[in-house]
Ligand binder design. Structure first.
Ligand SMILES: NC(=O)c1ccc[n+]([C@@H]2O[C@H](COP(=O)([O-])OP(=O)(O)OC[C@H]3O[C@@H](n4cnc5c(N)ncnc54)[C@H](OP(=O)(O)O)[C@@H]3O)[C@@H](O)[C@H]2O)c1
Length: 245
């Protein structure tokens, strides 16, 4: 039973989404709701999680006026820090699908008074250059080193799209080992941008076996750097257009 094995795992979870009165879910940075959810998590698990992530804070601060957004982000982070101090979790972090508004708030505010130990963001070949760059900026602003940064959603949720059968990612690797595009994409999720772990969703045990094998693939760093710079250039506005009459 998985329950019996729970003490053996390094466990992470997230807080930030709550049942709404209309029956849907709603996002909230309310410190009391966050603290209550963390207490309930420890009760339900029968042990404390190793990491609790503040889930997608951008969902509540995107529209916010900077000062108010900064204050609510700070209060939410202080709630997680307080929970860690109270022994409800061993550590805490921030998990973001799109880090850009969080970066914006921190750049226009006074930084963060408390420091998360971990940061989780998207990683892999399907992530836009803007999100890759934004994630690196956020990690720098929060002072989170590579080994405490986790990538997530390396296949953007599914490997059923037909391009996973045909895409060739081998030029970004330097290996003689046989590998599928999915395995190559998983290995590259540790590099785009550089992270210490990758959170992936797996139901099929043979998939898990393949992914563990894929972590042993070697990467061609020169080609990965080149790929990143091509993505960056593609995103820049075409300045030549400004020169047209
Ligand atoms: N913050 C957010 O808003 C947010 C949103 C989404 C996800 N996430 C995080 O990201 C994590 C994972 O991302 P995700 O759920 O979006 O999906 P994902 O990990 O990008 O993709 C999961 C899919 O990949 C398939 N797969 C895995 N290994 C495979 C293999 N070796 N060969 C073929 N297919 C393979 C799985 O199939 P099987 O299930 O059949 O094995 C599953 O359908 C989540 O656990 C969560 O922590 C966060």
């Amino acid at each position: 039973m998985a329950g019996d094995l729970l003490p053996e795992f390094f466990l992470s979870t997230k807080v930030g989404f709550f049942p709404s009165p209309t029956g849907y879910t709603e996002h909230s940075l309310d410190p009391i709701r966050l603290r209550t959810a963390i207490e309930a998590t420890a009760d339900t698990l029968g042990r404390i999680p190793d990491i609790v992530f503040l889930h997608n804070p951008e969902r509540s601060i995107r529209q916010g006026e900077h000062r108010a957004a900064h204050d609510s982000l700070t209060e939410a982070c202080e709630a997680l820090q307080g929970a860690a101090r109270a022994g409800l979790c061993a550590g805490w972090g921030i998990s973001t699908w799109d880090p850009r508004s969080v970066v914006n708030v921190l750049c226009h505010g006074r930084g963060l008074a408390v420091s998360p130990s971990h940061l989780m963001h998207r990683s892999g070949v399907l992530v836009s250059s803007a999100v890759v760059e934004g994630s690196e900026t956020l990690a720098d602003l929060l002072g989170v080193a590579r080994e405490r940064r986790w990538g997530m959603s390396p296949f953007a949720g599914s490997t059923r799209a037909p391009f996973w059968d045909t895409v060739n990612l081998s030029p970004l690797l330097s290996t003689q080992r046989q590998h599928s595009p999915v395995e190559a994409a998983f290995r590259l999720a540790y590099e785009l941008p550089k992270v210490g772990r990758v959170a992936v969703s797996v139901n099929d045990p043979s998939h898990l076996r393949e992914l563990v094998e894929a972590t042993r693939l070697s990467v061609d760093r020169t080609m990965v750097d080149r790929y990143r710079s091509l993505l960056r250039d593609r995103q820049r506005p075409d300045h030549r257009a400004l020169l047209r009459p």
